[in-house]
Design a binder for this molecule. Structure first.
Ligand SMILES: [Zn+2]
Length: 80
């Protein structure tokens, strides 16, 4: 499994192959606790969701379909 770099406050994802900055399919696995509130008819509604852990497993570029060819670049306007 390839490690996908995490974007930070100053950086964003960029597809290393085609330069796409804006469109990705992100496969994410997460462990969450949900507060499920059922109404009297038995219809559940999730009112709170707490993320305990979250892992990005892969990122696929929507433009060229490259998988895990993601690099981090500076966001526009950020002084380096
Ligand atoms: Zn791409």
């Amino acid at each position: 499994m390839t490690t996908v770099p995490q974007p930070t406050a100053e950086t964003r994802w960029r597809c290393a192959l085609c330069g796409n900055l804006t469109r990705f399919d992100v496969t994410r696995s997460s462990k969450v606790v949900e507060y499920v509130h059922l109404d009297l008819a038995g219809e559940p509604k999730v009112e709170e969701r707490e993320v305990l852990s979250e892992t990005i497993e892969s990122v696929r570029c929507r433009w060229c379909n490259a998988v895990d060819q993601i690099e981090l670049v500076d966001k526009p306007g950020v002084e380096s």
